[in-house]
Design a protein around this ligand. Structure first.
Ligand code: TXA
Ligand code: MG
Length: 393
């Protein structure tokens, strides 16, 4: 990708079923009108993609943050849409841009774990488990939910008495937080319910024309969102599996409770979980066991495959196309094929998941068939996202 203040158009006329590549390289800088699926508000304008490793770009983005304007920026997990966490109007703009329901609280990003006591009450900030986790995993893909101090605006926490805090491990994110001098409230930079962005181009495709500045920091190394851990009132509850495997957390602080979506306390502890998430335009089917009869492709139907590994891809092509499929042209009878990790590594699969979903989203498919991923390490986070994507249609 090229850098240097390149202007990009908005996702003109994008429909949920047909992704739009016109906003990528070579797009007309004027093509800034259009409706982002799920993002209902905001006046389309020009989006600029700035090089995240250029201090002048970071300074410009930091000035925008201080002025109350949302900015898209890279983290090691996914791209975030950030605003000054202490400015309720700036945070309100983030909710509007994403069309995010106000009941879903936002993570506050800090440059340094030493800043945590400013935002969490003393009892939680001084919890030895917090110190142990911060020392071991920050900066990194772990979010801690602690009881908040008054300084955190209610819009950030959706009225909860807790705040989610994390120190991201991306030099551009850290530079932006430091340069702005503010804690940055940032959800993933996608319209609510859609696939999270792991490249600046994904942000352009989904929010182009709505956000004025995107800092480009290249592809996100982890590729799935942070692990969210509730650590207040003496409890430890996994609210969202993510980029840090829960096994590593348990090796540091002991057993962590899991939270089922239908658990009575799920809504109170984690209000964002109930809503549909991670949905590409096409219907997603998680096929378990793989391969299964649902891999059959009807005549005229455009089906995309999201395979975990090469063996899964071969099995799908064989199952769908019969004995001749193995010798046939790549992908046939499928319209698109994505393999998350050729050798079957869940960590690599996590890194490629959203990128693959964005490509499938751009392929005008009727249906996406997804292979289950082994639920160890980051495989849990991948399966969590695939189940939610499948449940949302
Ligand atoms: O990796 C990430 O976490 C990315 C990057 C940008 O940092 N951010 C991200 O934000 O994924 P978002 O808004 O898409 O997801 C935040 C999750 C939501 O499920 C939200 O409900 C939960 O964190 N959350 C935030 N504050 C919370 C709180 N006080 N209590 C419980 N859950 C909270
Ligand atoms: Mg999100």
């Amino acid at each position: 990708m090229t850098h240097g203040g390149r202007a990009a158009g908005g996702p003109a006329g994008e429909s949920p079923a047909a992704g739009n590549d016109a906003t990528r390289e070579g797009a007309s800088p004027d093509a800034v009108t259009g409706v982002v699926p799920g993002a209902a508000t905001g006046t389309p304008g020009t989006t600029r993609i700035l090089a995240g490793d250029d201090p002048a770009s970071v300074a410009e983005a930091a000035a925008a943050i201080r002025a109350g304007e949302p900015v898209a920026f890279p983290t090691e997990t996914v791209y975030g849409l950030g605003a000054d966490a202490l400015d309720p109007s700036a945070v309100a703009r983030v909710f509007e841009l994403k069309a995010r329901p106000r009941f879903d609280p936002i993570i506050v990003h800090l440059a340094d774990a030493a800043d945590l006591p400013r935002y969490a009450i003393h009892e939680d900030a001084s919890d030895p488990r917090v110190a142990a986790l911060a020392a071991r995993f920050w900066p990194g893909p772990l979010t801690l939910v602690l009881r908040r101090r008054e300084v955190v605006p209610g819009i950030v926490t959706a009225g909860l008495d807790t705040v989610a805090l994390r120190v991201p491990a991306h030099p551009v994110a850290l530079a932006l937080i430091r340069e702005s001098g503010r804690p940055i409230a940032a959800p993933s930079a996608n319209p609510f319910g859609r696939v999270s962005p792991t490249r600046a181009e994904h942000v352009v495709r989904q929010l182009g024309g709505r956000v004025r500045i995107i800092l480009d920091g290249g592809p996100c190394a982890v590729g799935v969102e942070s692990t969210v851990l509730f650590l207040a009132r003496g409890r430890a509850v996994l609210l969202r599996p993510g980029g840090l495997p829960v096994e590593e957390i348990e090796a540091t602080i002991g057993p962590v409770d899991r939270l089922d979506d239908d658990a009575p306390e799920a809504a109170a502890l984690s209000p964002g979980r109930q809503a549909s998430h991670y949905a590409p335009g096409a219907r997603v089917q998680l096929i378990d066991p793989w391969p299964g009869p649902d891999l059959a492709v009807a005549s005229g139907e455009r089906v995309g495959v999201l395979a975990f590994d090469d063996a899964g891809r071969r099995a799908a092509e064989f199952a769908a196309g019969g004995p001749f499929a193995a010798e046939s042209a790549a992908g046939r009878p499928f319209a698109a094929v994505e393999v998350l990790s050729h050798g079957g590594d869940p960590t690599e699969a996590a890194a490629h998941l959203f990128d693959a979903l964005h490509r499938l989203d751009a392929a005008s498919l009727d249906r996406i068939v997804a292979q289950p991923v082994p639920e160890t390490g980051l495989g849990r986070a991948v399966m969590d996202r695939l189940r939610r994507a499948a449940a949302s249609h």
